[in-house]
Design a protein around this ligand. Sequence first.
Ligand SMILES: C[S@@+](CC[C@H](N)C(=O)[O-])C[C@H]1O[C@@H](n2cnc3c(N)ncnc32)[C@H](O)[C@@H]1O
Length: 272
Amino acid sequence: MGGHFEINRANWDDRAAIHVKDEAGGYRVQAFLDGADNLHDIEHEEIGDVSGLRIAHLQCHFGIDTLCLARRGASCVGLDFSPVAISAARDMQARTGLDATFIEGNVYDARELIEGDFDMVYVTWGAIGWLPNIARWARVVASLLKPGGWLYLLEGHPSLMTADEHSPDLRPGFDWRTPADKPLTMSEETTYTGDTAKIAHPVTHEWLHPLSDVVNAVIGAGLTLEALNEHEKLAWQFSPLMVPVEGRRRMWVLPQGFLRLPLAYSIRARKT
Ligand SMILES: C[S@@+](CC[C@H](N)C(=O)[O-])C[C@H]1O[C@@H](n2cnc3c(N)ncnc32)[C@H](O)[C@@H]1O
């Protein structure tokens, strides 16, 4: 793996260790172990019945969402490049006995690392911003799908992600497209869950991908776009302005009186 990935992996190893402890409760680890389904309202409403499907979950973190898909009757493979996350995911699988396996590796190597073809490739909440080349990512996704299989992608919306999270009116903070060879260098001492533990490797390299780049990458990889939806809720508190809303699982919205903006988008695209 190259320099960007090494920098990000060190950061994600630190975050995974904090998230698994779940001291702030954002990942609902104990509820999950007690049998709860942790998927948010948006993906719950959009993915439909997954029982009997083979699902590849890319950038699965420590596996809770993967295991929730398995709890709904799917047979899942999760992949993530963080060894700390994958070790925790395997531990969760062992404790629950759900139908999922976990593979450590870079998403760009997924076709070589994961055996077989899938009914669904599942990618949600904070995944593609860690990847420099979105067209290459889409080709990996397409290579994992069976004919008739589909991609489900649910991500933070560029309208929000290009904003300066600390500005009181969410004014633009970043160019709308990040060149592959010039990532945004960020540094955050704590993680997005509200845990107060310090991240030992706070620096990350990240990329903003315009919606058109993502859609065109998916089409360019040979998939047929079936749905593109925009949503007014996000799975994490991007800005201190945002307020929580309860649902199947807590999500975040802009406060009353603020301009309405799309905060997330989802794509369903099929390999025909
Ligand atoms: C915000 S988390 C995704 C959260 C996920 N939706 C979940 O189920 O909790 C982003 C994940 O992407 C992983 N990641 C980042 N870059 C990656 C890469 N190049 N290859 C594989 N995994 C990567 C990180 O290790 C981290 O677990």
